[in-house]
Design a protein around this ligand. Structure first.
Ligand code: ADP
Length: 544
């Protein structure tokens, strides 16, 4: 007996379907961009779709063919959006490159992906001028600006002008349909250990991720929203926001390269931003600016925070001082990135506020399409009791299967080992205690660096804190707290150590505190623990 087949239209999940939907059903909704050139640019989803078609025509005219990779070195802006859609929509692969990486790493990544063309924002041209001789496959460099801003002199032969190319096309282009498993974009992991590795997303994984990412228990994005992604478009596709925004047809505000507190607050207010997304360090800058200038937010209601643990003190500050709801989320380059989001269930409605906040500070529940496990050193499943921690494994529709140009599978019997250590409670709330390489191992027991940092961040004088392992002759490792104080405040070592009393078991309290003017961050805004561990390797703990 043969199964009865479904009798619905078979339409492959194409990234172009997102932008055509936005253009047809939200055609006059705005995309506002702060340009690298300094001014504000405004147009609509309909304009974006038309220009994306022209980008597809440009790429064909340059001789690029299905499967070819095109690199972008660009901030969040409308031209970058056009490349997202114009490249992927025409079966090319949009390879977003993080301009904040070391130049040698950027060259390595562009060569590994074999990018045939590069599209570059105006202020990143000097970087490309320097790198170009080492870029083996690159045949075209397109400067993402208009004729008036083209440099008088450049070492790049035949530097192309984006606006000239786009405006020369007529837009008479029909988005092609092809296999939904075709590659659409590539993003490299930041390579804190070894060379970066390319995660290759598909049309199918991207569209599914966009739909689930917009759901009420994820970002909760709607056509009523004005979304400003602070998370860069070169960091895991800005967490899928350029796609999710098109699916729901919300207004988009693109902040350009300036992400300091003042620039962000100004544009939030000017454009009526209701929702945003970014890593904790960005929000530190914004909160400091708004608090020290006695400002408010008139329209800002929700923000998605992920990429590093969001300290509970940050959730409290946003919620209690400014009425902004924090949505804590977890993910990785390898998970597109959406994995877990911390959203309450109906059963939690009656909980006291403090208990709710405790749940909301966790990394959250798996969204539909992603499943989780935690396992011990022998690969055995650990119970979901919120206490026992183990290696976090994930699988799902938008979780990596293999890396670009790497033969060895990263999977463990079909599951992707994240390198994170976490607990999961009976309601499915996952909580990261550490990245496995950042765990502090004291006398055979593990101390969560994130717990130590979260507590420190709750102290009124602490702006940012990192807890790292320092070698110890008796205990193997003991925690050291590295602290940046808020401008104009003071605190002593004793005071901060005393601050842990009653908040964690005594043996987990840091042995020492050092004060530094600033902490080193990675190109994606995470604290560089490796660098700190090197820096403080010989630190004399008073407990030795
Ligand atoms: P990379 O792995 O290259 O540094 P990713 O952006 O892919 O860059 O980083 C993913 C990692 O970031 C996760 O494995 C996890 O360790 C950390 N991370 C992401 N979101 C959170 C979060 N909400 N809380 C704690 N850690 C997080």
């Amino acid at each position: 007996m043969s199964a009865l087949m479904g009798q619905m239209m078979r339409m492959p999940l194409m990234i172009s379907s997102l932008i055509t939907h936005a253009a047809r059903h939200h055609g006059d909704t705005e995309i506002v961009s702060k340009r690298v050139e300094g001014d504000i640019h405004r147009y609509t989803w309909a304009d974006c779709e038309l220009r994306s078609r022209k980008v597809a025509q440009v790429m064909a005219r340059l001789g690029l063919q299905a499967g070819d990779r095109v690199g972008t070195l660009a901030w969040n802006g409308y031209r970058h959006m056009e490349l997202y859609y114009g490249l992927s929509g025409s079966q090319l692969v949009c390879h977003t490159v993080n301009p904040r990486l070391f130049p040698e790493q950027i060259a390595w990544i562009i060569n590994d992906a074999e990018d045939k063309a590069l599209c570059v924002d105006l202020n990143l041209l000097p970087l490309v001028e320097k790198l170009l001789p080492a870029l083996k496959a690159v045949k075209h460099v397109i400067l993402m600006t208009d004729r008036a801003h083209m440099p008088a002199q450049t070492s790049i032969e035949n530097l192309l002008c984006y606006e000239d190319l786009v405006e020369a096309e007529d837009g008479k282009y029909t988005w092609p349909e092809f296999d939904e498993n075709t590659a659409s974009s590539i993003c490299y992991t930041s390579g804190t250990t070894g060379n970066p590795k390319g995660a290759v997303y598909s049309h199918r994984s991207t569209v599914l991720h966009a739909i689930v990412g917009a759901m009420p228990d994820a970002m909760g994005l709607s056509a009523e929203d004005v979304m400003l992604p602070v998370v860069p478009m070169f960091h895991v596709n800005a967490w899928g926001i350029p796609y999710g925004a098109a699916a729901v047809g919300c207004k988009l505000v693109m902040p350009g390269p300036h992400l300091d507190g003042k620039s962000l607050h100004d544009i939030f207010e000017a454009e009526g931003v209701t929702i945003s997304a970014g890593v904790p360090t960005i929000w530190l800058g914004l909160l400091n600016h708004v608090s020290s200038n006695n400002l408010k937010f008139s329209t800002f209601k929700r923000t998605i925070i992920g990429g590093s643990a969001c300290p509970p003190a940050m959730i409290d500050a946003f919620q209690d001082k400014f009425g902004v709801q924090v949505i804590h989320a977890w993910g990785m380059t390898e998970t597109s990135p959406l994995g877990c989001v911390s959203r309450l269930k109906s059963k939690h409605r009656e909980l006291p506020e403090a208990a709710k906040r405790k749940l909301l500070a966790k990394q959250g529940r798996a969204v539909y399409g992603v499943d989780l496990r935690i396992v011990n050193d022998h690969g055995e499943d650990l119970p979901w009791d919120g206490k026992q921690s183990g290696d976090l494994l994930v699988r799902g529709h938008w979780i990596i299967d293999s890396y670009l140009n790497v033969a060895k599978s990263p999977l463990d019997y079909g599951w992707f080992p994240t390198g994170d250590v976490s607990t999961i409670d009976a309601d499915g709330f996952m909580q990261i205690t550490d990245r496995s390489k950042d765990v502090i191992k004291s006398g055979g027991e593990w101390i969560s660096s994130i717990d130590l940092e979260n507590i420190a961040m709750g102290h009124p004088a602490v702006n940012e804190a990192a807890a790292i392992a320092v070698p110890h002759p008796k205990w193997d490792e003991r925690p050291l707290l590295v602290v940046v104080l808020k401008p104009g405040t003071q605190a002593t070592r004793e005071e901060l150590i005393g601050f842990y009393e009653g908040k964690i078991p005594k043996w987990q309290t840091p042995d020492d505190v050092v004060f530094v003017p600033e902490l080193p961050h990675t190109a994606t805004g995470k604290i560089q623990k490796l660098k700190l561990r090197d820096q403080f390797r010989d630190h004399k703990l008073p407990t030795v």
